[in-house]
Design a protein around this ligand. Structure first.
Ligand SMILES: Nc1ncnc2c1ncn2[C@@H]1O[C@H](COP(=O)(O)OP(=O)(O)OP(=O)(O)O)[C@@H](O)[C@H]1O
Ligand SMILES: [Mg+2]
Length: 677
């Protein structure tokens, strides 16, 4: 690489083209800027027409206020804006634009035309701009403005080369227009490419726009954040308002049930004062609200409108204005998390199985059920124990947005990746559950062959431990769970256990299937999180674990947290540790290999990210180890006890890893499945 020896000031044209790079990244950024201008002009109808996904031309037509001839001439001039006059205006921005840069940038890298007419003018005016040369003329035109951008990057071939294929560019445009529709649902939008309608959303309310963008199936999985305006239950609205009190923030919108998750955050939409924004922090806040209700590597769907005093938001932090900065980000994150937690708690959150889910399974070729074609053979139950539920994946795959738009389909199809991709915590889960399954095969399962005979002592012991902890925790009333609110597990009749894995429960309103291991894991996890004093037991002889150098580094980080959780650990040679105490929840420790496995499991999570993460991981691993096994036989009394304990948890519907504990087949859905109705 050679370096110029003398410094010189670049010419204006080059400066403009370089600056344009920040604003105009691709056709989608042009669509965004032109629609922003139409919105600022007070348009009610916006029509976007593309040729070749915007590479050949982009035309945005609005029915807004239009421009006078003088303003039209000024509009593509750099730093010319009608939206702010001084720096102080920046602190209370209520328009989408404010920099007076967009048209200047766009017109410097394209052939550019604006036709505009104000209501009060008899005729319209046309401005054409190419290579810095402006022509202006009178023209007949409807009220409003049409901006057309031809041959994007014709004069910057290097940038032209960076454009992706037509489908990719179109998908970016569709994503941007989707954001804008959700941000302003009362405005009518149409997006057309080469004469084909890609998206169309008439003026409507937020829910209907969500249906337009996410499709009916996904929309069915959403629940509103209780607000007085949405006529939700007043008590629920009061709870939400209590969280928002004194923050000056209002939150409305929809969030998905925990049973609906995606592999990417593509279904998370944040709109701050009508401006669609992306924010890692806000995504984190939402996921935190779902906490253990969804698996680690999954994202819920949500459309959240945040109304915040403009003084509290800095909109001038990103060249394309898609990111904003909040003055008090910490409070905002806290209230979003709490609003989501509360909305989830106020709704019944068990995984509802619908006839569509089941039909998808039934419609699969018979051979998919295993070569022997036998449902319930060992391989099948292993599959059940090892992977997240089939029905969940199916629910996921239904979430295609409506219509046959190739563009949007390609966005949602990312969800299918999950089926192939077994990395991260999904893999860990699979590992963990298959080890539970191997326990089942080797020992604990012996009861399964003889039906509901004598219960394994192990199950009894594990249930007793949670019972003991539960009664201790219920002595302090403020820590009590809210069993009264959980009606799903009331008025039930236990039918029995299948494959020593699942519990069948009947209710007047339908059938519940409970995963015994996941349910008990939830019970333990809640108790471990609440407990202050950990009871410990001394091992008859200390368990000695020898680690690799890498594991030793991790172990040293974990030791303080393990000690806090009830482990007695001391160094025992260079790479060995002696463990002499374990938390009593492990039950009577006859087999020290359990400790080895536990430590290995824990270290497989890698470096500790933060304190709460370390405690969290230990609580989850301990709950998993201490819970009754998938594959353990349970008698009637034990099942009833398990359900009673599950009712006392904060969230009985999913295990700490976010997988379902209860599947609900409502009577109506059962009737539909059997085609009675
Ligand atoms: N569709 C339109 N209808 C009416 N006026 C428009 C329209 N588009 C642009 N204008 C006028 O042209 C001006 C310049 O537009 P431009 O998009 O370049 O800057 P801006 O919107 O003011 O700020 P930003 O660069 O942040 O978008 C606007 O301030 C507005 O007065
Ligand atoms: Mg603008």
């Amino acid at each position: 690489m050679s370096v110029n020896k003398s410094i010189r000031v670049l010419d204006k044209d080059t400066i403009n083209k370089i600056a344009a790079g920040e604003v105009v990244e691709r056709p989608a950024s042009i669509v965004k800027e032109l629609v922003d201008n139409a919105l600022d002009a007070g348009a009610a109808n916006i029509r976007i027409e593309l040729k070749d996904s915007g590479k050949k031309s982009i035309s945005v037509r609005d029915d807004g206020v239009g421009m006078s001839r003088e303003n039209l001439v000024l509009s593509p001039v750099k730093h010319a804006t009608s939206k702010i006059t001084s720096l102080s205006d920046l602190e209370r921005i209520s328009t989408m634009g404010f920099r007076g840069e967009a048209l200047a940038a766009i017109s410097s890298v394209s052939r550019f035309e604006i036709i505009t007419k104000r209501k009060e003018d008899a005729g319209g005016t046309r401005l054409y701009l190419e290579d810095g040369k402006q022509t202006i003329s009178d023209i007949g035109a409807p009220d409003g403005t049409t901006v057309t951008v031809f041959d994007l990057f014709y004069n910057t071939p290097a940038r032209l080369k960076f454009l992706k294929g037509d489908a990719t560019e179109l998908s970016h445009i569709a994503a941007i227009v989707s954001d804008l529709i959700l941000a302003d649902p009362h405005i009518s939008f149409t997006l057309i490419n080469n004469g084909k309608t890609i998206l169309s959303s008439p003026s409507s309310d937020l829910f209907n726009s969500v249906v337009d963008i996410l499709g009916h199936d996904a929309a069915r999985q959403l629940m509103p954040i209780p607000t007085y305006a949405s006529k939700s239950d007043t008590k629920a609205c009061d709870e939400i308002q209590k969280i928002l009190a004194d923050t000056g923030v209002q939150i409305e919108g929809f969030i998905s049930k925990p049973s609906f998750t995606k592999t990417t955050p593509d279904h998370l939409f944040f709109i701050v004062n009508h401006r669609p924004v992306t924010s890692k922090e806000l995504i984190k806040a939402v996921r935190l609200g779902y906490y253990t209700k969804i698996p680690n590597n999954r994202y819920p769907a949500a459309v959240l409108h945040l109304t915040i005093d403009p003084k509290e938001v800095d909109v001038n932090v990103h060249p394309r204005k898609i990111e904003v900065r909040f003055r008090d980000e910490k409070t905002l994150i806290r209230i979003i998390t709490e609003v989501i937690e509360t909305t989830l708690r106020l709704n019944e959150l068990a995984f509802q199985v619908t006839s569509t889910d089941v039909k998808k399974v039934i419609d699969r070729p018979f051979s998919d059920f295993g070569q022997k074609g036998k449902i319930g053979n060992a391989d099948e139950s292993k599959k059940d124990a090892g992977t997240p539920s089939e029905s969940k994946k199916d629910v996921d795959m239904q979430s295609k947005p409506k219509g046959d738009s190739d563009v949007i389909k390609s966005k949602s199809e990312k969800g299918i990746d999950f089926m192939q991709q077994k990395t991260g915590s999904a893999a860990v889960l699979a590992q963990e559950e298959s080890s539970a399954y191997s326990d089942f095969k080797t020992g604990a399962s012996s009861g399964s062959k003889s039906g509901y005979t004598a219960p394994p002592k192990d199950t009894e012991k594990r249930l007793k431990e949670t019972e003991r902890l539960l009664s201790a925790s219920q002595k302090s009333p403020e820590k009590n769970a809210r069993p009264s609110e959980i009606s799903l597990l009331d008025d039930i009749r236990v039918v029995g256990q299948i494959s020593n894995l699942y519990i069948l429960v009947e209710k007047d309103s339908g059938l519940l299937i409970i995963d015994q291991h996941a349910a008990h894991e939830r019970i333990f996890y809640d108790l471990l999180k609440k407990k202050e004093n950990v009871s410990v037991q001394e091992l008859i002889s200390p368990a000695v674990v020898t680690l690799s150098p890498k594991e030793k580094v991790l172990m040293d980080e974990y030791i303080p947290y393990l000690e806090e959780a009830g482990f007695g650990i001391s160094e025992f040679g260079d790479y060995s540790y002696a463990i002499s105490f374990v938390p009593i929840v492990f039950g009577k420790m006859e087999d020290v290999s359990t400790i080895h496995e536990f430590i290995a499991d824990l270290l497989s999570f890698g470096k500790i990210k933060d304190e709460s993460g370390a405690r969290e991981t230990i609580a989850k691993r301990t709950a998993c180890r201490a819970a009754i096994k998938a594959g353990a036989c349970c008698n009637h009394a034990q099942i009833e006890e398990l359900i009673r304990q599950l009712k006392c948890t904060e969230n009985p519907y999913s295990c700490p890893h976010g997988r379902p504990t209860i599947l609900v087949f409502s009577r109506k859905e059962l009737e539909k499945m059997f085609e009675r109705i």
